[in-house]
Design a protein around this ligand. Structure first.
Ligand code: CA
Ligand code: CA
Length: 363
């Protein structure tokens, strides 16, 4: 078991509105990425378009990746992809959903387990000194806005390791607050998310499934609702308004998480595919994965690369996360676009990363 939550703390490596910006803040007109590919969507006949809290995502072809110039390097090149039909949870997994799982199984998330130094040091460069015992107690990372005047050259300045932080106690308070069961579960690692989905008889989406579903039938658009920039409309998604990471006006109604099912759903009836909390996918994260794909042919149901590599954090094994979170703002990152893709260490829970499951369509 890796414990890269702690590696993350040691090496000052972060995700999300949590990574160094790769492109300048600018809202200039950008040119569309050219594609000769014609998208298509086909609804399977005789399939229920809804079941329980899931919606049917039809099979279809789409252009995966950046829809215009100027996005992050890892979103290029855009390429044609086909995904088969599947059902997807219409909302992020809530605390109530996760509580049901924990009560039935006595499951402990990784953030609730002791950190084994012997295991941890295998993931660290030789000679890394053993940290204080306190730092090896169960915990997770919490968002902590830096004080005025502090330079912002490192995202380390807004992430703190907090003993006792976990999905039931997001800030690691001495007296945990009463849980809001309608909020999306957080501080869950990929391995926790996978365990939850499997218990439900479901699985995590592939990155291709997630992105196809997020587009909601609007192929070639920058956002899940179309082209309107959420900088100019506070009703579209739960993201950050103001100057990241110090000032959040919460003009969209939420400083942190919004209840699952908030805001308008996308074209398939999926809520919060942009913002609120990131969502785990099953694919390993490789920064250059798209460059290895033959874009002259349609790629059928891709499941991602065989290896993980993030040049910003080369020691970690990462999985793809999609959708961005309440911490995303274009002044630092713009990860609430459906083509945006990030990697997060598979054994690391974060206060802005959650879960959404899918289920195959049984013929
Ligand atoms: Ca917000
Ligand atoms: Ca989300």
């Amino acid at each position: 078991m890796r414990f890269s939550s702690y590696c993350f703390f040691i090496f000052l490596v972060a995700i999300s509105c949590g990574q160094a910006p790769e492109k300048p803040v600018q809202k200039a007109q950008k040119k569309p990425v050219k594609s000769q590919f014609e998208p298509s969507i086909s609804w399977p006949e005789g399939m229920a378009k809804r079941k329980e809290n899931m919606v049917l995502i039809p099979s279809g072809d789409f252009v995966m990746g950046a829809v215009q110039e100027g996005e992050y390097r890892r979103e290029y090149p855009a390429h044609p992809v086909h995904v088969d039909a599947f059902y997807m949870d219409s909302t992020e997994v809530s605390n109530a959903d996760f509580m049901e799982f924990v009560k039935a199984t006595d499951y402990k998330t990784i953030a609730e387990r002791e950190i084994d130094w012997e295991e941890l040091k295998e993931q660290l460069p030789p000679g890394t000194p053993k940290p204080d015992e306190e730092a090896l107690q169960p915990g997770s990372l919490v968002f902590s806005p830096p004080a005025p005047g502090v330079a912002l050259e490192s995202h380390f300045q807004w992430w703190d390791w907090k003993v006792g932080a976990n999905w039931k106690n997001p800030l690691g308070d001495e007296t945990p607050p009463e849980m809001d069961m309608e909020l999306p579960v957080i501080h869950v690692a990929y391995l926790d998310a996978k365990a939850y989905c499997e218990w439900k008889g479901k699985r995590l989406p592939t990155e291709a499934e997630w992105e196809f579903a997020a587009r909601g039938g609007l192929d070639g658009q920058r956002f899940v609702w179309g082209d309107e920039d959420p900088l100019h409309n506070d009703t579209l998604a739960n993201i950050w308004q103001g100057e990241f990471p110090r000032e959040n006006s919460a003009a969209d109604g939420y400083l942190e998480r919004a209840p699952v099912g908030s805001y308008h759903p996308n074209g398939y009836g999926l809520y919060n595919m942009a913002g609120n909390v990131w969502e785990w996918c099953s694919d390993l994260f490789h920064e250059s994965y798209f460059k290895t794909i033959d874009g002259t042919k349609v790629c059928y149901n891709p499941i991602g690369p065989n290896t993980s590599y993030d040049p910003r954090d080369p020691y970690a094994i990462k999985r793809v996360i999609k959708g961005g979170s309440f911490l995303c703002h274009v002044s630092y990152c713009e990860n609430y676009r459906p083509s945006a893709r990030e990697g997060s260490s598979e054994d690391t829970g974060m206060p802005h990363v959650g879960i959404r499951c899918v289920e195959p369509v049984k013929e």
